[in-house]
Design a protein around this ligand. Structure first.
Ligand code: SF4
Length: 272
């Protein structure tokens, strides 16, 4: 029995009435969603159970991004479970509380149990969970050197550099342009401190996504017809305390969190 690779093979078996009872607006969209593993065939009430069974046998389960990140988290948790927290706490800049590690991330405490389970009042997602676990495993305890460098100059960052510039720096610049007051309020809420320096930027803020991974956010407001500018610099020591991919995830996580908060709290209730 051949594997289904094309949504049209599923579509051929559907009623083609676009009734929407499956939760998507059309039979074609439903067929595509089934192939991508986002919908189950049984969600279409017009499909006979024998046809569902027959087609299901030809569908190969797809791995989703969520599956991948859960697998990474499981592996990292196993590695963390082998650590002696009393030895690693000082180099992480973390506290030891009743055998658990307490790590401050953006001014909020995250508690890591000896089995690698993460607990916090904040919403936990893979943007924060994966970098925190990598930080625990990789951090050499290197102190900030006061040398601010672009993300791309950190070890292993070259291949992520464009992504960082587009999805993190540019995304934050656009948010700051559209919701300046709210973005700076949020940064202060998450522990950002103004820094006197930084290439004439109108706003220079130091934040600590992790105790030994400081970010410096520089923002130049638009002026005289020139567009705004924003960059996120890292202390050179960050490369010894975490990997480049996790820095990317952290930055992306902060921006995603800001997007959600802006959607909820801006007067217009929209991003742009
Ligand atoms: S419920 Fe079935 S018939 Fe209705 S739109 Fe979805 S796939 Fe098509």
């Amino acid at each position: 029995m051949s594997e289904i690779r094309n949504p049209l093979e599923i579509y051929a078996a559907l009623a083609k009435i676009n009734c929407g009872q499956c939760g998507v607006p059309s039979c074609l969209a439903f067929a595509a969603a089934v192939l991508q593993g986002q919908k189950k065939l049984a969600a279409c009430p017009a499909l006979a159970s024998e046809v569902v069974a027959q087609l299901s046998r030809r569908l190969v389960p797809r791995r989703t991004l969520e599956d991948d990140s859960q697998q990474v988290i499981r592996q990292l948790r196993q590695e963390v479970a082998g650590l002696d927290f009393s030895l690693v706490a000082p180099r992480l800049g973390a506290r030891l509380v009743e055998g658990n590690l307490v790590i401050n991330c953006l001014g909020k405490d995250f508690l890591l149990t000896p089995s690698g389970e993460m607990l916090s009042d904040c919403h936990l997602n893979h943007w924060i969970y994966v970098p925190l676990l990598h930080y625990v495993l990789l951090c050499q305890g290197s102190e900030p050197q006061g040398e601010w460098v672009p993300y791309g100059s950190l070890p292993g960052a070259v291949e992520w550099s464009q992504w960082f510039s587009h999805r993190c720096e540019e995304a934050l610049r656009q948010l700051a342009d559209a919701h300046r007051e709210l973005v700076f309020e949020l940064l202060h809420l998450f522990g950002a401190k103004p820094v006197a320096m930084s290439g004439g930027a109108d706003h220079a803020l130091l934040i600590l996504p992790l105790p030994r991974v400081p970010f410096l956010i520089n923002y130049w407001e638009p002026e005289d017809g020139f567009p705004s500018k924003l960059n996120i610099l890292l202390d050179r020591s960050a490369g010894k305390n975490i990997n480049a991919q996790s820095i990317n995830l952290l930055a992306r996580g902060i921006i995603e969190m800001f997007r959600q908060l802006i959607l909820r709290h801006s007067r217009e209730g929209k991003l742009f």
